[in-house]
Design a protein around this ligand. Structure first.
Ligand code: MIC
Ligand code: SF4
Length: 640
């Protein structure tokens, strides 16, 4: 049977299950990655599993999110991560080396391999033809323990690329266009597979921009074939031996097909506050811009910053506009330096930041009150920048650079000649010596645990009956940034569940935490696409710690739903979306959990409303996990 690329990789890694869309499949995982903000929890959980060493081909621990080290918390986390890596056989990337996805692409991602990472943008590695998925920390801990990774067999969407990018259109505009077409829910349960004659015109770093932001479609992952461009990239990265050609069979079939003509694209933006609010830059012409930020795991490659340097060369940015640039890795920085391309950035007035996530996760670089910020990042959720009333537009590096010079958005028709695409230099400087590689044995390594590292709280099994109030009712598209905000102050508490739980829903309803503490338990009522965005499992762990027993919503995002299961919170779906309007905040709900069966309709009782039909998309195993009080409990039980 002819297979598409996604099916081929899945078939190669299938441990159990049927390859029919929607059914549960378990995949062998070759590689894992973690970053510090989710990694500490992942490793605390790996430790709790009790193995002496990871069982993957390769596991890497990156430190890129929390690099500010304001006080002891971040350095405590870093020291913990460094020593855990040495003990359990994991490569460690020290703070400042670069952003996990950029570094993984440059140094470790391989065509045809499976990768699970505790970060939603792990699909960046799909740019070289890896099947790379974002997951909660516990799922990554289990993958490190050699357990298969369980997902629903995705549908496969073919995005047929034709034509070629011209003028100022870039890879960013391809994905912004697709987001506009499919929306932030459009990829749920699907893999976005790129094909067609346009593929060959895109370099790996361009492909990685597109697969990275596939996360914003809610997709399981996104993937490109591995071809001559992949070979050229891996060769430039000094690892030609990692290349293998990979493509869909010529007569492969897909569940859906979407057409994009690259030649027809022009510079785009995603308007505040959702990545799918696609609009052309021309439509924004004349709007003043207070800040431009260039970087993040989406757009911080050598080619991106070379284009920026070309645009800024010999010019000064607008005096009322701040320009921040965070290169994706030290390799990118070194390549720019070797070509003498740092000077144009400095001389134009740009501020060069550390090679890290930085402003993307609200680690500094917040815009001015009510300000407009043009960012090359992938998320523009309200408040994520650290300034609640700022308006963030997601744009390409080229657009950000031109906009910083002019101090406002302007019509690309007035921009003149676009800079040429930079290709990676032969023998690009390599920074692999900066990683810390584990020794043969980690037996003698002492794990360093500062006071910021709190042990995981234990969780009790699911009761037979949940009697609780709707502690919070929220609308559609609630992101994990709503559930657990980003920013330096809160993210510093990622290794301490009791401390971080104080901030759950703090920006949505400051009374939520005191209320649920008083109630002792509660239910969250959500709209469509509840929990979209980040993979942070703290957005499930925190609510669980505070007593949230169930989330009842119209629909849920994949990674967050998996995190709810992992921590024993019941994810229920309203059969009739209109019932959402009938259930008020504060309503008393009773759920007979014994009547819940996998994928079956059951009923919950809402006081004053009566029975309300709910369903679930849980497999038997997931339901068992929830009944046990979470995955750690059930893994411990099965290993006992
Ligand atoms: C993000 O972009 O929101 C993050 C920060 O990278 C998260 C992970 C986290 O919350 O630590 C993600 O995308 O998974
Ligand atoms: Fe870091 Fe931003 Fe990428 Fe998340 S989206 S991994 S915070 S750069």
């Amino acid at each position: 049977m002819a297979l598409n690329l996604t099916q081929k990789i899945i078939k190669d890694h299938l441990v159990s299950g049927e390859m029919t869309p929607g059914s549960e499949i378990a995949l062998r995982i070759d590689q894992t990655l973690t970053q510090d903000a989710t990694g500490t929890m992942a490793y605390l959980q790996f430790e709790a599993i009790g193995l002496p060493r990871v069982r993957t081909e390769l596991s890497v621990s990156y430190v890129d999110h929390n690099t500010l080290q304001m006080g002891f918390r971040n350095p405590d986390d870093h020291a913990y991560l460094r020593t855990v890596a040495a003990k359990y056989g994991i490569i460690f990337s020290p703070p400042g080396t670069g952003i996990c996805h950029q570094l993984h692409l440059e140094n470790f991602a391989k065509p045809g391999k499976t990768l699970v990472g505790s970060d939603s943008h792990t699909p960046t590695a799909g740019g070289v033809g890896a099947m790379a998925m974002g997951a909660g920390g516990l799922s990554v801990a289990l993958a490190m323990a050699g357990e298969a990774y369980v997902i629903a067999m995705p549908k496969v969407v073919k995005v047929n690329l034709t034509g070629k990018l011209t003028g100022w259109a870039t890879a960013k505009d391809v994905i912004l266009k697709l987001l506009g077409m499919l929306t932030v829910k459009g990829g749920v349960g699907k893999v976005i597979e790129y094909a067609g004659p346009g593929v060959a015109t895109l370099s790996v770093p361009e492909r990685a921009v597109i697969t990275n932001m596939g996360a914003e479609l809610g997709a399981t992952t996104s993937i490109f074939p591995s071809d001559e461009a992949t070979k050229a990239f891996l060769t430039a990265m000094g690892r030609p031996e990692d290349f293998t050609p990979l493509a869909a069979d010529p007569d492969a079939t897909y569940d859906e097909v979407v057409e994009i003509d690259l030649s027809a694209l022009t510079p785009m933006a995603a308007a505040p506050h959702m990545p799918d609010r696609a609009i052309t830059i021309a439509e924004l012409a004349g709007m003043k811009v207070d800040q431009a930020c260039i970087g993040s795991c989406t757009n911080s490659s050598y080619a991106d910053l070379m284009a920026v340097a070309d645009i800024l060369e010999g010019k000064r940015i607008d005096p009322a506009t701040d320009l921040l640039i965070a290169p994706g890795s030290k390799q990118v920085l070194k390549m720019l330096a070797a070509k003498g391309r740092i000077d144009p950035l400095l001389d134009a007035g740009a501020r060069i930041l550390e090679c890290a996530c930085g402003p993307c996760i609200g680690m500094g670089g917040s815009p001015v009150s009510g300000g407009v910020s043009a960012r090359t990042f992938n998320r523009n959720f309200e408040g994520r920048s650290g300034t609640q009333d700022a308006k963030v537009y997601l744009v390409s590096p080229q657009t950000a650079a031109v906009t910083a010079l002019r101090g406002e958005f302007s019509d690309p028709a007035t921009w003149g000649e676009a800079p040429a695409k930079a290709t990676l230099p032969e023998g690009a400087p390599n920074i692999r010596h900066l990683f810390l590689y584990p020794k043969e044995s980690g037996e003698d390594v002492e794990i360093r645990r500062g006071p910021n590292i709190a042990p995981l709280p234990p969780f009790t099994p699911l009761p037979d009956r949940i009697e609780a109030k709707v502690a919070l009712k929220v609308g559609d598209d609630i992101t994990t940034d709503h559930i657990l905000p980003a920013g330096a102050q809160i993210t510093a508490l990622r290794s301490n569940i009791p401390a971080i739980s104080e901030y759950i829903f703090s920006r949505v309803d400051a009374e939520f935490v005191p209320r649920i503490k008083k109630l002792g338990k509660g239910i969250i009522l959500g709209g469509e696409n509840y929990g979209q965005g980040s993979s942070r499992e703290h957005a499930a762990l925190g609510p669980r710690y505070l007593g949230v027993a169930a989330v009842v919503a119209k629909s849920m995002a994949r990674i967050h739903r998996a995190n709810l299961v992992n921590f024993g919170i019941l994810p229920l779906l309203l059969v009739n979306a209109s019932d959402y309007d009938r259930i008020p905040a504060g309503a008393d709900i009773s759920i007979d959990t014994k009547t819940i069966a996998p994928g079956a309709v059951s009923s919950i009782t809402v006081e004053g409303v009566g029975p309300v039909a709910v369903t679930n998309d849980l497999t038997a195993k997931e339901l068992e996990t929830i009944r046990a009080g979470g995955l750690l409990n059930s893994v411990r039980q099965s290993r006992a």
